[in-house]
Design a protein around this ligand. Structure first.
Ligand code: SF4
Ligand code: SF4
Length: 317
């Protein structure tokens, strides 16, 4: 018997769907073990076909993307009802991801920037999307655009998480194998990723050096063998879950935290601030503050992928 699966994307770029396709020849295995009932990026299914199913008919729903609109939320709730197991795939569904950076703005500010102010937009009439529009045939409706981006588990119960922006394709495959081999870990687990921090897997050398200066990657030519953090470049490796194969580090870029934090850490950004404070050279409060003040945009640096899942959640309005 094949597993009955629905795959869906909410507020996402599509990279998670591409990562599924990037399993290459393993895709044949996936096709052999899974019957796909919904996958908007790849196949033409209708929401109504899902609505007509009995509750719990699907074995697994795989949801990538954050919740940013009423449509994202409606389909998340529909798939939850129709599926036995719900999986949040990728950083956006898991911790909010890049769409979650919109939580630093209001909905009105986002629409104004995108439709009226952006350098690449030509919109002489100043048209901004509306939720309803009258045409000869009647009234058309668009989904509501929310003020706050949410993670999937802030809207529906989620059994498992596959982290990453995007998740490593082979990690997706090994997580799917856990399902068809009936070897799933306890509910709430992050699957297919590591149980330690990225620093534990990092190939770069560390000398236990303290930092006297904080720099940005475009200002220096970092030593390709040494730890970024010890060179004064912010790297979220000390607080980020391993499992990606240190892919940014190996490409010469510090970690930005897309795999999220380990289970016991309540907030990735706050934990990183504390990890950073412990490696600073100055020991006096005033000097520590002065050095931390040189970090450009600390909130978006520490919460690049995790703002909706953080204790802050969003900018106060
Ligand atoms: S801070 Fe970054 S570069 Fe340094 S060891 Fe950790 S992951 Fe590697
Ligand atoms: S190095 Fe960090 S930001 Fe890059 S893929 Fe891995 S977890 Fe994500």
């Amino acid at each position: 018997m094949k597993l009955k699966v629905g795959i869906y994307w909410g507020a996402a770029c599509g990279g998670c769907d591409v990562a599924i396709l990037d399993t290459h020849e393993k895709l044949l295995d996936i096709a052999d073990k899974m019957e796909i009932y919904l996958w908007p990026i790849a196949m033409d299914f209708k929401y109504d076909d899902i609505r007509k199913m009995e509750d719990g008919y699907l074995d697994v729903a795989i949801y990538s993307g954050a919740i940013r609109s009423s449509e994202n939320e409606e389909i998340a709730k529909l798939l939850r009802k129709k599926s036995k197991v719900m999986i949040a795939l990728g950083a956006c569904a898991h911790i909010g991801g890049i769409p979650g950076l919109a939580n630093f703005y209001t909905k009105e500010e986002v629409l104004k920037r995108v439709y009226l102010e952006s350098e690449s937009t030509e919109n002489k009439e100043g048209v901004i999307p509306r939720e309803t529009w009258n045409v000869n045939e009647g009234e058309l409706e668009l989904p509501t655009f929310y003020n706050t981006v949410k993670t999937l588990d802030q809207v529906v119960d989620v059994e498992y998480y596959i982290p990453g922006c995007p998740p490593v394709p082979l990690q997706i495959y090994s997580a799917l194998s856990l399902i068809w081999d009936d070897m799933l870990p306890p509910v709430g687990s992050v699957i297919g990723a590591g149980e330690r921090t990225l620093c534990d897997d990092c190939p770069r050398e560390r000398d236990e050096k303290t930092i006297t200066e904080i720099k940005r990657i475009q200002q220096v030519l970092p030593d390709p063998k040494k730890c970024f953090l010890e060179q004064g470049l912010i790297c979220l490796g000390p607080v980020t879950r391993s499992g990606c194969g240190s892919r940014c580090i190996k490409s010469g870029v510090p970690c930005r935290g897309c795999y999220g934090q380990l289970d016991e850490v309540p907030d990735l950004g706050i934990k990183m601030l504390s990890a950073l404070a412990s490696v600073l050279e100055p020991k006096e409060e005033k000097e520590i503050d002065a050095l931390l003040d040189t970090i450009v945009d600390p909130l978006r640096t520490f919460h690049r992928f995790s703002m909706p899942a953080s204790i802050l959640r969003r900018k106060k309005v």
